[in-house]
Design a binder for this molecule. Structure first.
Ligand SMILES: [Zn+2]
Length: 497
């Protein structure tokens, strides 16, 4: 397996020691101002960690005991990013297929057909999960939320990757499927999803005490319209009792919006609020198509205020919805209302830095206002915003006592220059190209821009084989026996030679 240059010899593996490591003289540290409760820049400063925790993060020089010193000249140290919304088991297999696949009769959403049609078989999902995590690590993600339908080997795949993860088995009461080209149907399970829910709880209990110390549990009923109220309540009760975050996809599509109105007389958010499902422990997945959104022209305009007053968070995934032509209206408006926002990649590419950039740009376009989402606003969401949603204050910031989840950015990289402001250079220009090293709980997982814990190339080739098999099998998967090319035509006609 290819190994890039690493601060630590490979034989260290993932063993956590209490060795004190000190980065000396970092050009920049995206540190934490305790008095103001916000990120700040420290210049020419040190950062030290012992085992999995930070003991010093600027400003100035670390004067304590130190076992190993690393020069951080020419570097910017920033907190590892928190990716609040991913589905690792499925999304990597959709590359090149689903970016332009949507049904105009479903308001262009491709989720209702594309997810199932191109879903990799369960026995291959360890590879897709690893592929997603490789991409995340390379873009500076140190904590991710992984919402996947459980498959054998899932927990091991996540744990062995070295990432910090909220493992979140999906379950539901109904599968949503296209009955034809213009209507969806809800195929309700006879037991209302009880068996899958029981299995999810069992798995969450295993995760909660996982030996790696990097896995946490999160409750994830899939979508507000595909779960019975009973199932949502049972899940919410357990999550509240155990202090697990509770994630629910809602405000995800126009279809869902109208389905909930038809079924309950309320919007998804109004209904969830009346059911008592919103609160500081709840994360609303997407939360975009609410009653103020321009695609619904609805007569109420209450959802944003309800979310803000409830204390619930929103996991905002700008890229995936933008492919359908939809965006949050808007990141800035939600933030000003007081809603806690986190950012997630949801789909491929799992490039958190590009996602952060899209969050800023799409907000400015939606609001027609340049200052509606500044770099600090979106970076906060991708760090402490995600952490708050996950009920954590020890990730997403570089401060004493926080986890040593550290991203080393090469500020001498061509794409970072000229260097007036490191985060603006990183987010608007260099992105993952300038991410040099990544540490999770003090353990190095990326070195010189290469994943150290997995063979990324081999994994990517594995995903290619998985997708090729799915593509070959498409006529057997599709309700109209179409080929993959008929469902998702390639960019141009291709001719064999
Ligand atoms: Zn999702």
């Amino acid at each position: 397996m290819k190994r890039a240059a690493s601060y630590f010899p490979p034989e260290r593996g993932m063993i956590v020691t209490k060795e004190i490591v000190c980065f000396r003289n970092a050009d920049w540290i995206v540190g934490w101002d305790d008095d103001r409760g916000t990120h700040c820049y420290y210049r020419d400063s040190d950062l030290a960690f012992s085992g999995e925790s930070i003991v010093f993060a600027g400003p100035g020089r670390y004067e304590g005991d130190c076992d190993r010193e690393i020069s951080a000249v020419g570097q910017c140290l920033m907190p590892g990013l928190v990716n609040l919304h991913t589905h690792t088991a499925s999304m990597p297999a959709f590359r090149g297929v689903r970016e332009e696949m949507g049904n105009p009769n479903f308001y262009f959403s491709g989720v209702y057909e594309g997810w199932g049609l191109f879903m990799p078989p369960a026995e291959t999902r360890g590879t897709t999960t690893r592929a997603a995590i490789c991409e995340m690590l390379l873009s500076g993600v140190t904590t991710c939320v992984d919402m996947s339908y459980p498959y054998p080997g899932w927990i091991d795949a996540v744990a062995q990757s070295g990432i910090r993860a909220f493992v979140s088995p999906l379950f539901d009461s109904a599968k949503i499927a296209a009955a034809n080209d213009h209507a969806l149907e809800y195929r309700w399970a006879e037991d209302g999803g009880a068996a899958d829910f029981a299995a999810a709880v069992e798995l969450l209990e295993m995760v909660d005490g996982h030996a790696s110390g990097r896995l946490s549990a999160m409750m994830s009923p899939m979508t507000v319209d595909a779960c019975t109220p009973e199932l949502l309540h049972q899940a919410h009760d357990i999550a509240t009792e155990r202090n697990w975050p509770y994630h629910l996809h809602a405000g995800m599509s126009v279809i869902e919006f109208h389905e909930m109105v038809k079924r309950t007389g309320q919007t998804s958010i109004q209904w969830a609020h009346d059911q008592g499902l919103l609160g500081p422990g709840t994360i609303i997945g997407h939360g975009a198509v609410l009653d103020h959104h321009s695609w619904v022209h609805w007569h109420t305009k209450d959802d944003i205020d309800i979310l803000a007053e409830s204390g619930a968070s929103v996991s905002h995934c700008p890229v995936v919805l933008s492919r359908y032509g939809v965006t949050l209206e808007s990141f800035g408006r939600y933030r000003r209302a007081g809603i806690n926002l986190g950012i997630g990649t949801d789909c491929h590419p799992h490039n958190m830095l590009e996602e952060i950039r899209e969050a800023a740009i799409l907000c400015r376009v939606a609001e027609q206002h340049m200052f509606s989402a500044l770099t600090a606003d979106v970076f906060d969401a991708a760090t402490v915003g995600g952490a708050k949603a996950l009920l954590r204050d020890d990730i997403g910031r570089l401060s004493k006592g926080a986890k040593a989840d550290i991203v080393v950015v090469d500020v001498t990289h061509q794409m970072m220059l000229p260097l007036y402001d490191p985060l603006r250079s990183l987010i608007f220009s260099a992105c993952d190209r300038a991410v040099k090293d990544v540490f999770v709980g003090g353990q190095q997982v990326v070195g010189d821009g290469q994943v150290l814990t997995m063979n990324h190339q081999q994994i990517a080739e594995g995903v290619s084989e998985i997708q090729a098999a799915v593509v070959r099998d498409m006529p057997n998967r599709d309700r109209k026996n179409r080929t993959a090319e008929e469902i998702a035509p390639r960019t141009y006609s291709s001719y064999e030679s």
